[in-house]
Design a protein around this ligand. Structure first.
Ligand SMILES: Cc1cc2nc3c(=O)[nH]c(=O)nc-3n(C[C@H](O)[C@H](O)[C@H](O)COP(=O)(O)O)c2cc1C
Length: 274
């Protein structure tokens, strides 16, 4: 297995040599075509940069052909103002319309999030989607049972007891402060105690949350749920993740009931310049 180079199209510009993060593409001389160095297949992280960057579409990997890569469309480039508004107008959505989200749209969101960066391009994130509102509510109830147990044991390791008592009281009054009566829950999980799975999950969920409004959706991190998923065996059992895996984060998701015409203020960045 090796790189496939279109020898007529390749201009020997060396861009692929310079761009490769693993440093495994070399040219034997200025007129020679780029090629993998010895042992490259083992070192390649499958990032596809060499294929994506080639101005002549002259390079393909055994597992990624240039012809299969979508091209970047200049007409879809977003302006700085659009990015600023996208980032600043993102909100944690906690009030949802009753209408469920089409499964195809949820699948599309996850399909987008899988393009977020992962350490060494390991792509270690796996997904669990809770599709039914009733199941989300059942899982939220298990979180509440965990919290009630902490209150009973006066265990304030995770949260102050008054906060837990408040969340339980709200639940008992019919208000779900855990999953906010969301219609769906998206859990990102991966191998236990595997840092790339943790960072990959958090970045993928962040990407998904940021993208959601463009698809008419709103999301909110389910932090209480995620903590309980890794602390409360009955909740872990209900999720039934594969052995050796853990939740690294979860989002409630649905159609937002309200829009926000303004963007709230935040603290200035605390930056040290050296
Ligand atoms: C890791 C993490 C966990 C969170 N967990 C919850 C949660 O369990 N419930 C909730 O209502 N909001 C949760 N949030 C949302 C934050 O409260 C929210 O991001 C913050 O108040 C700022 O509001 P904004 O996201 O609209 O800018 C969480 C956010 C993060 C980043």
């Amino acid at each position: 297995m090796s790189l496939t180079i279109d020898l007529l199209a390749c201009t020997r510009c060396r861009t692929c040599v310079e761009i490769c993060p693993a440093g495994i593409i070399a040219m034997a001389g200025p007129e020679e075509a780029p090629a993998w160095v010895a042992g490259a297949l083992r070192l390649c992280i499958h990032c596809g940069h060499c294929v994506a960057v080639c101005p002549e579409s002259a390079l393909s990997l055994p597992f990624m052909a240039a012809a299969d890569l979508p091209t970047v469309r200049p007409d879809l480039a977003v302006s700085a103002d659009q990015v600023v508004q996208l980032v600043r107008s993102r909100r944690s959505i906690r009030v949802y319309r009753r209408k469920p989200v089409d499964q195809a749209l949820l699948a599309r969101m996850i399909d987008l999030a899988r393009h977020a960066p992962t350490a060494k391009n390991l792509q270690p994130v796996r997904w669990l989607v809770v599709r039914e509102r009733e199941t989300v509510a059942h899982l939220a109830g298990l979180v509440i049972a965990w919290m009630q147990g902490l209150v009973d044991a006066a265990d304030s390791r995770f949260f102050p007891l008054p906060l837990l008592q408040g969340l339980v009281a709200e639940w008992e009054a019919g208000r779900d402060r855990i999953c906010r009566s969301a219609p769906h829950l998206i859990v990102a999980y991966g191998a236990k105690a595997f840092p790339p799975a943790m960072s990959g999950s958090l970045i993928a969920l962040t990407t998904l949350e940021l993208a959601a409004p463009a698809f008419g959706l709103g999301a909110c991190w389910a932090g209480y749920f995620d903590l309980a998923a890794n602390q409360h065996p009955p909740l872990a059992d209900a999720l039934a993740l594969p052995d050796g895996h853990q939740s690294y984060g979860a989002l409630m998701i649905g159609h937002p009931k309200f829009g926000y015409p303004r963007m709230p203020l935040r603290n200035p960045a605390d930056v040290t310049w050296r």
